[in-house]
Design a protein around this ligand. Sequence first.
Ligand SMILES: Cc1cc2nc3c(=O)[nH]c(=O)nc-3n(C[C@H](O)[C@H](O)[C@H](O)COP(=O)(O)OP(=O)(O)OC[C@H]3O[C@@H](n4cnc5c(N)ncnc54)[C@H](O)[C@@H]3O)c2cc1C
Length: 385
Amino acid sequence: MALGKTILVLGGGIGGLVAASRLRKGLSREHRVVLIERERDYVFAPSFLWLMTGLRQREKISRPLSKLRQQGIELIQGNIERIDPETHTAWVDGRKITGDYLVIALGAELAPETIPGLAEAGHNFYSLAGAEALRDARLELHAGRVVVLVCAMPFKCPAAPYEAAMLLEYDFRKRKLGEQIEVDLYSPEPGPMPVAGPEVSRQVRQMVEAKGIVYHPEHTVTQVDASARCVLFDNGASANFDLLAYVPPHRAPQVVAECGLTGESGWVPVHRQTLETQFPGVYAIGDVTGIMLSMGKPLPKAGVFAHGEAEVVAANLVNIISGKGKPARFEGHGECFIETGDGKAGFGNGNFYAEPMPEIKLRQPSRTLHVGKVAFEKYWLFEWF
Ligand SMILES: Cc1cc2nc3c(=O)[nH]c(=O)nc-3n(C[C@H](O)[C@H](O)[C@H](O)COP(=O)(O)OP(=O)(O)OC[C@H]3O[C@@H](n4cnc5c(N)ncnc54)[C@H](O)[C@@H]3O)c2cc1C
């Protein structure tokens, strides 16, 4: 009879990577850490923003997941087709795998096809292929209007569309096209990064508008007319474009929704400090979760939270299984750099679990903070591979 425990980590993105690595370091080899992921390579999504403006290559921001095997993590490369949270079982390309514990880190599924005309008309810079297509398409544009479009809430990385607009504007200006190309940003949000509070939202809006970007909050797209190159909104407005860069609607992965883990919000409800789901021994972390804050809005979806939550779940499983360490709690701390172009970045950080409102501070853009963001990218890709 095997004495060791098996932990199945579903998804090898930011949360799954951190959870599997920490579990492997914390547990002796009699216990198995199994990571299941359908992609061959891990790709660092925050760098899509640099890739789409030609500042990164795919190879520079990707790492083969097979390297994790050297750490003693059992990697299964395949598509998770079904999950049974009661029995801690996953089916991967027809193969059944059962563990003692499940850590669900399957992220958010992108659903551009839910908006008629969107996929054929624009570039989804939230995917690697879409960011590469946008990089190439922007070189074809010499005059006209670029629309950066946020389709629906929630979406991961609340700062990313604002950064994308500012980086595109800077890219055109650098290439002496600033006078000929206008950048507009449409979003259903009342203002940028609303969960960070009105002051941060005002400051980010000011950063965007100071670049000459025209910001249109409270616009929800209903469809895109690809042949007329026009976005239609539910308030009757419309926006013509020459180049469309979009953040697609997000939803929980189908395999998660089908297994009964999602709640009313469409995401997985968890204990906000331990990340336990309603099923004993089953944890969910990162973008797949729905954690309601006392202000009435959900915790944003971001890598920093996936990372922090993974640390907590791994520490607690190590503690439960081996008695090592102490129980940990996720306390809602988050931070993010905000690229503003011109070689600068701002930085927001604070406590998203603060009552009654998150307490977030924003540091104004500087070259030093941009260097900090570059250093973070290097650290991340070095640390986990
Ligand atoms: C352009 C952009 C910029 C960003 N910038 C930042 C930033 O500056 N700071 C920040 O904190 N966050 C940022 N983010 C957000 C961050 O990347 C995500 O919040 C983070 O990756 C979430 O981690 P996760 O582990 O929950 O999900 P993911 O990292 O998305 O991982 C989920 C994994 O599950 C796998 N998977 C899904 N379904 C299956 C299945 N059925 N079978 C097998 N495998 C499956 C996927 O292939 C994926 O690898 C950015 C995102 C984008 C797109």
